[in-house]
Design a protein around this ligand. Structure first.
Ligand SMILES: Nc1nc2c(ncn2[C@@H]2O[C@H](COP(=O)(O)OP(=O)(O)OP(=O)(O)O)[C@@H](O)[C@H]2O)c(=O)[nH]1
Ligand SMILES: [Mg+2]
Length: 455
C-alpha cells in the first residue's frame, strides 16, 4: 500500500442538476471528514445510512443524504472511502464541496486521481484502469463490451502471462551463466531459444489484428469520396440524420473535411465528407482536393460516390480511388434511366449500392452493406476475442509489444548468452510497461525456487 497523506474529494457524478449527486472522498481522513460533516459515528461498512450533513462551522444543515463507508483496503482505491449520495442540486453540491475544502487534510482531487491511487495500491493494473476510463467514455455497444472486457483484466492477464514466461526464461538462462558449475540441465539455452521463438510468433499474431481494438475505441474512419456535385454532402446529411454539411448545385461546394460521429449497428463511426476530386486552378478548392486525398489515404473504409446522372461514365480520378477498402455507391439513382439501370449494378465485379440522397431511397441497403463490411473487417460485436485472446486497444500497447518483439527477434542471433539474457530483460520490461508492473527483481526468486542452488 502506498501511504498517501492527503485525502482527496470530488464530485463523481456529472456537474449540473440531477436527482442525485455523489461526492467521493478517499484517503486517511475520509472517515473523520464524514464524522465532522454528519456529527455522528461512522455507519456500518458498505451499508447505505441516512445522515444529516451540515456545515461544521455554523451547524447549518446542507442536506439529508445517504452515506456509504468503505474502510481500507476493500475499497475502489484501496484507501478509506466515503461516498455522499446527496440531492443533486447545484447549490447543495457546491455547499458540500466548500465545506469539505475547509476541512484540514482534505483537498480536491486531480483528474483521474482516484484511479491512480487504485493503481498504485495494486487494486487495478494499468490496462484495467484504461478499461475503466474507456467504459466511462463508451458511446457504442462495441466500445462498452471491449472496455468492460479490458477492465475485467483480460488484457492485463494475457500480458502478465507473457511477462512471467520471459522472467522465467531469463532466470533459467542467468542461472546457467552465473552458476556454470552447478548441476543444471544441459539444454537450457536450446529450450530457451525455442520458447522465445514460440512467444515471438504469438505476439506477432496478436499484433496482426487489423487494429480492431483501436478502431472500436477511437472510431472507424469512413470517408465519402468522389467527383464534385455527385451528392457526397447530401449523403453525409442523410446518414448522420441531420443537416451537417452545405449542399448546393454548384460543383466544388465542400472544401474542408467535415466529420460526424455516429453509431452504425453498434460500431463507432467517424464519417468524413470531403471536397469533390477534380483538377482545378482555384487555390482554395485545390487545398480541399489535397485534404480529400489525404483522408482517402488514411481511411479505414472509403465510400466512393458516383453520379447516376452520368452513369456508366466514370472519370479516371474516381476509378483510381477504388480498391478493396472501398464501397461503391451510385447516388442520384432517381435520375437513372431504365436503359442505364441494369438490375444488379457492378463495376469491375464490385457491387454497387444505388441510393438517392435527395429522396432518401436505398439508404437502408447502404447501411446494411456498410454493417456487413464492418462486421467482416472488425468482427462480431458479441465476441471481442480473436480465438481466445483479447485485443490491443491502444497505440501504447502496440508500441510496447513491438519493442518487446524486436528484443525477442534479436535473441536467436545473440552471440553470447549474456546478450540473450539482456534482451529477455528488455522484452519483459516492455510488456511490464503495458500493465504497469514495476520490474522488481523476480529473477532470483525463480532461480532459487526452480533450482534450489547450493541447497
Ligand atoms: N436528383 C438528385 N439530386 C441530388 C441527389 N443528391 C444530391 N443531389 C443534388 O446534387 C447537388 C450536389 O449535391 P451535394 O451534396 O452538394 O454534392 P457534393 O458531392 O457534396 O458536391 P461538392 O461538395 O461540390 O463536391 C445538389 O443540388 C443536391 O441537391 C439525388 O439523389 N438526386
Ligand atoms: Mg459537398
Amino acid at each position: 500500500m502506498v501511504d498517501f497523506h492527503d485525502t482527496i474529494f470530488a464530485l463523481a457524478t456529472p456537474p449540473g442538476v440531477g436527482s442525485i449527486a455523489i461526492i467521493r472522498i478517499s484517503g486517511p481522513a475520509a472517515g473523520d471528514a464524514l464524522g465532522t460533516v454528519s456529527n455522528a459515528v461512522l455507519p456500518v461498512p458498505r451499508r447505505a445510512s441516512l445522515r444529516t450533513l451540515q456545515d461544521p462551522q455554523n451547524g447549518e444543515v446542507i442536506d439529508h443524504a445517504l452515506v456509504l463507508w468503505f474502510p481500507a483496503p476493500a475499497s475502489f482505491s484501496g484507501e478509506d472511502i466515503v461516498e455522499l449520495h446527496m440531492h443533486g442540486g447545484r447549490a447543495v453540491v457546491s455547499a458540500m464541496l466548500s465545506v469539505l475544502a475547509g476541512i484540514s487534510g482534505l483537498r480536491p482531487a486531480e483528474p483521474g486521481e482516484f484511479s491512480r491511487r487504485a493503481f498504485l495500491n495494486g487494486r487495478l493494473d494499468l490496462t484495467a484502469a484504461e478499461g475503466l476510463a474507456d467504459l466511462v467514455a463508451a458511446d457504442t455497444t462495441a466500445q462498452r463490451r471491449q472496455a468492460l472486457q479490458q477492465m475485467d483484466g483480460a488484457l492485463g492477464k494475457l500480458y502478465e502471462s507473457w511477462r512471467e514466461r520471459l522472467v522465467l526464461l531469463r532466470a533459467h538462462l542467468e542461472a546457467e551463466i552465473d552458476f556454470p558449475d552447478e548441476d543444471l540441465p544441459q539444454d537450457i539455452e536450446i529450450r530457451m531459444r525455442k520458447a522465445v521463438l514460440e512467444l515471438a510468433a504469438v505476439i506477432r499474431a496478436h499484433l496482426e489484428d487489423g487494429h480492431r481494438g483501436e478502431r472500436i475505441r477511437d472510431g472507424i474512419h469512413i470517408v465519402l469520396l468522389g467527383p464534385p456535385n455527385v451528392g457526397k454532402s447530401s449523403l453525409l446529411n442523410r446518414l448522420a440524420g441531420r443537416d451537417v454539411a452545405i449542399v448546393s448545385a454548384t460543383a466544388g461546394t465542400t472544401r474542408d473535411v467535415i466529420e460526424v460521429c455516429m453509431d452504425l449497428g453498434g460500431y463507432p463511426i467517424v464519417l468524413s465528407d470531403t471536397a469533390g476530386i477534380r483538377t482545378v486552378a482555384d487555390s482554395l478548392e485545390k487545398e480541399g482536393v489535397r485534404r480529400a486525398l489525404g483522408e482517402a489515404a488514411t481511411a479505414d473504409l472509403k465510400l466512393i460516390v458516383m453520379d447516376g446522372r452520368n452513369w456508366p461514365t466514370l472519370d479516371d480520378k474516381t476509378k483510381a480511388l477504388i480498391d478493396p477498402d472501398s464501397v461503391l455507391v451510385l447516388n442520384k439513382a432517381d435520375l437513372l434511366t431504365t436503359e442505364r439501370a441494369d438490375g444488379e449494378m457492378k463495376f469491375n465485379d464490385k457491387k454497387i449500392v444505388c441510393v438517392s440522397a435527395l429522396h432518401g431511397t436505398g439508404l437502408s441497403e447502404l447501411e446494411q452493406r456498410l454493417k456487413e463490411e464492418l462486421h467482416r473487417r472488425w468482427g462480431a460485436l458479441e465476441t471481442h476475442h480473436r480465438g481466445n485472446l483479447p485485443i490491443i486497444t491502444r497505440v501504447r500497447h502496440r508500441t510496447a509489444l513491438k519493442n518487446c518483439l524486436a528484443a525477442l527477434e534479436r535473441i536467436p542471433k545473440a552471440p553470447w548468452p549474456e546478450l540473450a539474457a539482456e534482451d529477455l530483460r528488455l522484452a519483459a520490461r516492455d510488456i511490464g510497461q503495458i500493465s504497469g508492473h514495476i520490474t522488481v527483481d523476480e529473477v532470483l526468486d525463480v532461480v532459487f525456487r526452480d533450482f534450489c542452488l547450493g541447497k
